[in-house]
Design a protein around this ligand. Structure first.
Ligand code: PBG
Length: 337
């Protein structure tokens, strides 16, 4: 059977019909809002992030207030990022795992004042003096053992201990989920073991499994002051060209004990989201990153696009297979869903 018996447009006749045949729906509970807490800010001192219009760095009080407002509109989960005082940063990222660290303090406050599912981003880059996600060794010029691009080697195994300490400190503060975003090999296993040893066997691991070395993180690095001083992240984050390698990363994370997988960024990697969804049975998260937000916001500001582009792009991430979406558009979507 084909045209004129078959007429696809019957299914699009009016909004009532379109509503009942719609295949993909975004729900408020699909959204995870990324929030930045900055150490040293006092109540009322939120700072707008210049590269991410409408997004702010918050003091503890203001961030918690904002989280409560979003919760009242239907938000269910939040991922917490911290920006420590510049002078506390050191080569191992100590402010990432201090009991009184900015993330730990924010998590405790959120836990006390809201019912949100609280996720801690576990990484060292905002906290290390050199801005890398793990510990580093810098080679002297001309060292014959140097086979790096730029003289900076990121030390995998020595970093695991500090990432695990960070995860445990967040669990202690009340995080429901820890989300390692560093891309060191073996970190999911190291974190799972450390959590279990401290009796946090119920705390989940949302692994940034397939995290690509993306230029779309640029506004985040400005927001969180976490750009590497020397070198880049290409020796630990994935090559944007590699889809099959993303599957290997996910396989390893499953074996190491991840509870949820993540693909990041989202829009330029919809094919990866679709494949991971088909191949694995874990909840799948995708991170609609800072550059994806800023790109659309800039186009709307210029009048090149309308606000409808927000819903359409988020819907495409869900349609590709994401169960949960980390997005700076969460506040907008809570008002429009
Ligand atoms: C830290 C981290 C980054 C993001 C989340 N965690 C930046 C990076 O890897 O350089 C990016 C988030 C965003 O762009 O919104 N490792």
């Amino acid at each position: 059977m084909d045209y004129p018996t078959v007429r696809m447009r019957r299914l699009r006749k009016n909004s009532n019909i379109r509503d009942i045949v719609r295949e993909t729906k975004l729900n408020k509970e699909d959204l995870i809002y990324p929030i930045y807490f900055k150490e040293g800010l006092k109540k009322g001192e939120k700072e707008e992030i210049s590269t991410m219009p409408g997004q702010f760095r918050y003091s503890i009080e203001d961030g918690v207030e904002y989280a409560k407002e979003l919760e009242s509109k239907g938000l269910r989960s939040i991922i917490v990022f911290g920006i420590p005082l510049e002078e506390t940063k050191d080569p191992v990222g100590s402010p990432a795992f201090m009991e009184e660290g900015i993330v730990q303090t924010a998590i405790r406050a959120l836990k006390k004042e809201t019912n949100l599912v609280i996720i801690g981003d576990v990484c060292l880059c905002q906290y290390t003096s050199h801005g890398h996600c793990g510990l580093i060794h810098e080679y002297d010029k001309g060292d014959i053992n140097d086979n790096t691009d730029d003289g900076v080697k990121i030390l995998n195994d020595p970093s695991l201990k500090y990432l695990a300490k960070t995860a445990v400190s967040q669990a202690k503060a009340g995080a429901d989920i820890v989300a390692p975003s560093d891309m060191m090999d073996g970190r999911v296993e190291a974190i799972r073991n450390a959590l279990d040893e401290e009796c946090y066997e119920d705390v989940m691991i949302m692994s940034y499994s397939a995290k690509f070395a993306s230029s779309f993180y640029a506004p985040f690095r400005d927001a969180a002051d976490s750009a590497p001083g020397k070198g880049n992240r290409k020796s630990y984050q994935m090559d944007p060209a590699n889809g099959r390698e993303a599957i290997r990363e996910c396989e390893l994370d499953v074996v190491e004990g991840a509870d949820m997988l993540m693909v990041k960024p989202a829009l330029p990697y919809l094919d990866i989201i679709k494949t991971v969804k088909e191949d694995f049975n874990l909840p799948l998260v995708s991170y609609n990153v800072s550059g994806e937000y800023s790109m659309i916001m800039a186009a709307i500001d210029k009048g090149y696009l309308t606000e409808d582009s927000i819903m359409e792009s988020l819907l495409s991430i869900k349609r590709a297979g994401a169960d949960l979406i980390i997005t700076y558009f969460a506040p907008y979507l809570l008002d429009h869903l």
